[in-house]
Design a binder for this molecule. Structure first.
Ligand SMILES: Cc1ncc(COP(=O)(O)O)c(C=O)c1O
Length: 460
């Protein structure tokens, strides 16, 4: 497929964009002399820009979101029908798609039971933090209020979510942050912090050390990504999660899993935590829930957590006194229902596992040819390749060179990602998260482009 769409005349759009739009996460100075990129149309895995140039999108909308691919008319139809019937009512009332999707979702999450709707991943995480704080007040006189988060993990862009943010470059200049958030070390074995045989257990033990230092009676929850996304696509080492579970149980610490990236199929299971036998108390999700067809995020809890908020019905402060206006939009769950049906009907979890294995194999093959690839990591269609200037010392590749690889791929019509303003000196991991509908040819096209780009940028 190489259809060049005839571009409409977008001159005015580009001018309006340059004059008035503030794009996310990008320096705007270059737009004084070059045009911003405008994505006009999408179908399947392909998108077309303002010049009519076709790209294969290997990052599902730039930020691992469009899991079922572009141009899904049945999702658009379901959203349209729902909006005409009932677009919004505050979340203190229910809605038909809201209840229907909640039931479908809980069916995929044994052990979980309640769904709280919000409109972004950051907001879903904030809701979990608020519940954790309220539980501390209700049960422990406010003492067990600290929330542990992990170095390199990211939980969102709002100030409380950034207080739980383990990426120094994202956080720089935005402090001071909220008190009561405490960092634990990352678990990336390639950047090992301990010389031991069982690295997974050792990295988890580091969490216990922080708990003991802070005082277990002050720690209410631990918030982790199942596979760290923007912090470098970090798959946890063997043994890590088992030990994390033991530690949480030992110190009565609630476990909050941030599935904003991994959730709804990205790693080949419905949720990333389901690879590891984890029993979470809170699960948050956003991006893939409706593949970007509507804004929706969910905080899912166990019945045990839910019960804590109706123990004293005569106390006006007893329940979760929170609202998200747009959590009451019905477009989100209407889109999410179709999104989930598509994943089931098209066997996309299985496809993700098979195509993810191909992507990892292809990246390993590239690693054999290109010394600049130091490490390859991933789970399902969620993979990373860490670039190094020197394999022996593991010195990270220069950020400009990493960006040159991304730019070279774009010029070839392949959009890939790279860790961006994340860890100082370590914005050196190429990221791949194509839609779950990817075929073998798509995967090969993506890695062929990377092969060419690495050769041109690094000469090897
Ligand atoms: C793991 C993780 N959590 C939370 C968020 C925040 O989600 P949102 O941008 O929808 O607020 C992100 C966004 O990239 C994320 O990667």
């Amino acid at each position: 497929m190489n259809t060049q769409l005839t571009p409409n005349d977008l001159t005015q759009v580009i001018e309006a964009d340059r004059a008035h739009l503030w794009h996310h996460l990008i320096q705007h100075k270059p737009f004084e002399s070059t045009d911003p990129r405008i994505i006009v149309e999408g179908k399947g895995l392909r998108v077309w820009d303002q010049h009519g140039k076709e790209h294969i999108d290997a990052v599902s909308g730039g930020v691992w979101t469009v899991n079922v691919g572009y141009g899904r008319e049945r999702i658009a139809d379901a959203v349209r029908d729902q909006l005409v019937k009932m677009n919004f009512f505050a979340g203190s009332a229910g809605s038909v798609p809201g209840a229907t999707f909640a039931e479908m979702l809980i069916d995929k999450m044994p052990g979980m039971s309640r769904v709280y709707y919000t409109n972004s991943g950051s907001e879903a995480n904030e809701k979990a933090f608020k519940m954790i704080r309220q539980i501390a007040h209700k049960r422990y006189g406010g003492r067990k209020h600290k929330i542990l988060y992990r170095e390199r993990d990211y939980h969102g862009s709002t100030l409380a979510a950034m207080s739980a943010g383990g990426q120094l470059e994202r956080n720089a200049q935005y402090g001071p942050f909220a008190p009561g958030f405490v960092e634990v070390p990352h678990c990336l074995e390639y950047r090992a912090q301990w010389e031991v045989e069982n690295y997974g257990a050792r990295a988890a033990d580091a969490i216990e050390e922080v708990i003991l230092r802070e005082g277990p009676d002050t720690v209410g929850a631990l918030c982790l990504e199942p596979v760290t996304a923007g912090g470098g696509v970090i798959t946890p080492p063997e043994g890590y999660w088992q030990r994390v579970g033991e530690i949480c149980r030992k110190y009565d610490i609630l476990l909050h899993i941030d599935e904003v990236v991994c959730g709804v199929g990205r790693t080949g299971t419905w949720f990333g935590y389901q690879h590891y036998g984890i029993e979470p108390d809170f699960v948050t999700m956003a991006k893939g829930v409706a593949s970007g067809y509507a804004a929706i995020a969910c905080l899912v809890t166990t019945e045990r957590v839910f019960e804590m908020f109706k123990e004293a019905p005569d106390d006006p402060l007893d329940y979760f006194r929170d609202i998200s206006t747009f959590g009451g939009c019905t477009a989100g769950p209407a889109a999410a229902i179709e999104n989930m049906k598509i994943i089931e009907e098209e066997n996309l979890l299985e496809n993700t596992t098979v195509m993810g294995a191909r992507l990892i194999d292809n990246l390993h093959a590239l690693q054999e040819r290109h010394a600049v690839i130091g490490d390859v990591r991933g789970k399902g269609l969620f993979c990373g390749a860490e670039l190094v200037a020197d394999r022996a010392s593991r010195e990270p590749a220069a950020e400009k060179a990493v960006q040159a690889v991304v730019a070279d791929c774009t010029a070839q019509g392949v959009i890939i990602g790279a860790t961006n303003r994340s860890i100082p000196g370590f914005n050196n991991t190429l990221c791949f998260s194509p839609a779950l509908i990817s075929t073998a040819d798509d995967i090969d096209e993506i890695t062929d482009a990377v092969d060419g780009a690495l050769t041109r940028v690094f000469g090897v």
